[in-house]
Design a protein around this ligand. Structure first.
Ligand code: ADP
Ligand code: MG
Length: 665
């Protein structure tokens, strides 16, 4: 068949353009990508073999062969894997339908959008001492140097196309393991298009199953024709591939599947290396959990706790779960049945003897063996975390800080919630810098305190100004800070800890704290309102109602002691953060109508009462009431009309400054 030419898709062109023009010094990762593809292809053959599937050249060893030709500056990476048919080459090498590249492009767009000032200085990518570089550093149209933009290349599995960071031209020859087995050659210079042709007769002679990637090295990438260089790259990135990599006749990678080794024979260095290989995370893991179980099911489990935050919310929703192997054959990448979603931050591998290789994904989910493995792993992980929390609280604190947001979701696990509860950590009014457990809180409770109190807000700073908190401070009653939206949900659904119900400070009634004496150093309470002053208060309340109108459902005297001049209370007793969450879910914006409670013992309210008694229609009184309402709304997390607010406060300031200056004369 004659050669045909095919254009790349637009997205592919975009990616190729970035890669071919990249001055990314770390282009060695192209080899990692090619080897991982070869390994995937071999894995598929191993799978076919173990399930008795039909296969070309069934006797071929499963391995990867690398050869170099220094004269022609060619590097070839071949495998005896599953191969590709003509159509598969079009589908797999002609588009970037796989997630790695797409994520890369997305992340790059995001990073570009985030970038502040464009970098002015050009970056010279040649730090490897090769002086003959004649091309100028390429600066993209947005003014950022390409070096800078491609910092993120290494973080992603950009896949096959990364070869164009080092290749002038690439020729992929492939013989599919199944079907009619006609060999095809895919060829491209990584610009706008690629060509395809089939091999016949003499050309096809002697070709065995699998894929061979022939790379015509760019002048600035000739280092990859050197054996020592290739060896070091393979050891660095691909040491744990489950297939032999032969380089000029000798095997380079030596390490067997780490998870199958006895726990104590594996060094921390080996773990670090394996973890990096597995996750592309450059930071060493915070912790390693490695164990094997023989009964009731046999399996090996190797999991890591990353030292970097894991984000599997939103776009990367499916990017979690350990790789599931059966007798060293990869059955499923990122399996979701072995770990509950609240352990989604764990990375690693599970390998069992007790499952058939040809098990389908659907049956995996229902499988009893899987369930048993999962139960055992979850118990082991919980025990591990419990021990860490007890013996290495600092370390557990880091785990919580990074991954607590996942563990919190364990509140919906009926089976494990009792073990998860003691693992929860919070900052509290008594411990703002060091995490406390619920046990710590309970141990510090007042003698006859029943409730575990909490205040929910977007940050500790916001929580501290919650008007309902003042009374707790005065009485020295400890309060948990809940700063993650899920916190309040989780506590509400957990209801109690050791018979102590969780309760929001906003829901404390007048009597809740009465019994406790004021804490040392608390400011003395102002004189309570006298009986004969009540009518003035009622008049002020009526006036405030009049001024605020529809913005509130009711105005009344505070039902419980507060320190602030006023606070907002929801008519249905829902706490303000819960209400925000519900409003966000219902996509309601605007400001909710609530009850405004004013504190008759507060100096400001007393002055307003006097003003109101003197002249209820005083314009300054109105400004002050509106100002008080704005401030109270702000503390509740809402902003009314900022322009009106600023103007009013300027007016009040002008008056106050005038009076004060008069006073000082
Ligand atoms: P990914 O490996 O993430 O799918 P790549 O860009 O690395 O993305 O590869 C794209 C696809 O090309 C692979 O999914 C696979 O189908 C095919 N492919 C690449 N290399 C090989 C190979 N050596 N043997 C068989 N198929 C391959
Ligand atoms: Mg790949």
């Amino acid at each position: 068949m004659a050669e045909s030419t095919h254009p790349f898709h637009a997205e592919t062109c975009k990616l190729l353009n970035i890669l071919t023009h990249s001055l990314y010094t770390n282009h060695e990762i192209f080899l990692r990508e090619l080897l991982s593809n070869a390994s995937d292809a071999l894995e598929k053959v191993r799978f076919l073999q173990s399930t008795g599937g039909e296969l070309r050249d069934a006797g071929l060893p499963l391995e990867i062969t690398i050869s170099t030709d220094k004269e022609a500056h060619v590097l070839t990476v071949s495998d005896t894997g599953i191969g590709m048919s003509r159509q598969e080459m079009i589908d797999n090498l002609g588009t970037i339908a796989h997630s790695g590249s797409e994520q890369f492009l997305r992340a790059r767009e995001a990073e570009k959008a985030d970038a502040g000032t464009p970098q002015a200085e050009a970056v010279d990518g040649s730090d490897d001492g090769e002086g003959e570089k004649d091309d100028e550093p390429i600066v993209e149209s947005d003014g950022r140097s390409n070096e800078d933009a491609s910092q993120i290349i290494g973080r992603f599995g950009i896949g096959f196309y990364s070869v164009f960071m080092v290749a002038e031209r690439v020729e992929v020859t492939s013989v599919p393991a199944q079907g009619d087995g006609t060999p095809h050659v895919w060829s491209s210079e990584g610009t706008g298009s690629y060509t395809l042709r089939s091999l016949e007769g003499a050309e096809a002679e002697g070709l065995k199953r699998g894929t061979s990637v022939k790379i015509f090295l760019r002048e600035d990438a000739r280092e990859y024709q050197e054996k020592y260089r290739l060896e070091s790259v393979i050891r660095k990135h691909s040491n744990f591939l489950p297939f032999a990599i032969q380089l000029d006749g000798s095997r380079v990678n030596t390490t067997a599947a780490l998870w199958r080794e006895p726990k104590f024979s594996v060094t921390r260095e080996q773990h670090n290396e394996f973890y990096k290989y597995l996750t592309y995370d450059q930071k060493e893991p915070l912790d390693v959990i490695h164990f094997s179980v023989d009964a009731p099911v046999q399996f090996n489990c190797l999991l890591y706790i990353p030292a970097t935050p894991v984000d599997v919310f939103d776009e990367r929703r499916d990017e979690w779960g350990p790789d599931l192997y059966v007798r060293r054959v990869l059955i499923e990448h990122q399996n979701k049945d072995l770990l509950p979603h609240w352990f989604a931050f764990m990375k690693g591998v599970v390998d069992t003897e007790d499952l058939p290789l040809n098990i389908s994904r659907e049956t995996l989910q229902e499988n009893v063996v899987m369930r048993k493995i999962s139960q055992t792993i979850v118990r082991q992980l919980l025990t591990h975390l419990e021990r860490m929390a007890k013996n290495e609280p600092e370390k557990y604190g880091s785990v919580w800080k990074l991954h607590g947001k996942y563990l919190k979701f364990g509140f919906d696990s009926y089976q494990f919630r009792d073990r998860l509860l003691p693992l929860l950590r919070y900052y509290t009014t008594a411990s703002e810098e060091k995490y406390s457990s619920l046990d710590d809180y309970v141990a510090r409770m007042k003698p006859d305190q029943k409730e575990i109190w909490y205040v929910a807000a977007s940050s500790i700073e916001a929580a501290k100004v919650n008007p309902h908190l003042g009374q707790f401070r005065r009485k020295g009653v400890e309060v948990l800070y809940l700063t993650d939206p899920v916190d309040e949900f989780s506590l509400e659904s957990l209801m109690e800890y050791q018979k102590h119900p969780f309760k929001s400070v906003e829901q404390a009634d007048a009597k809740a704290l009465e019994a406790y004496p004021d804490a040392e150093g608390a400011e003395p309470r102002p004189e309570p309102l006298k009986e004969e002053e009540k009518p003035e208060l009622d008049a002020l309340i009526a006036k405030i109602k009049d001024i605020l109108g529809d913005q509130v459902t009711e105005v009344r005297a505070a039902q419980k002691p507060i320190d602030a001049a006023a606070c907002l209370v929801s008519p249905d007793g829902v706490s303000s953060s819960m209400e925000k969450l519900m409003r966000a879910m219902q996509k309601t914006d605007g400001i909710p109508r609530k009850i405004l409670e004013i504190n008759p013992d507060h100096a400001l309210v007393r002055s307003l009462m006097a003003l109101c008694a003197a002249d209820p229609d005083d314009g300054t009184l109105k400004d002050m009431v509106l100002g008080l309402f704005d401030g109270t709304l702000l503390l509740d997390g809402y902003m009314n009309d900022p322009y009106a607010m600023a103007e009013r406060s300027m007016r009040l300031l002008r008056q106050a400054a005038g009076w004060y200056a008069g006073l000082r004369k």
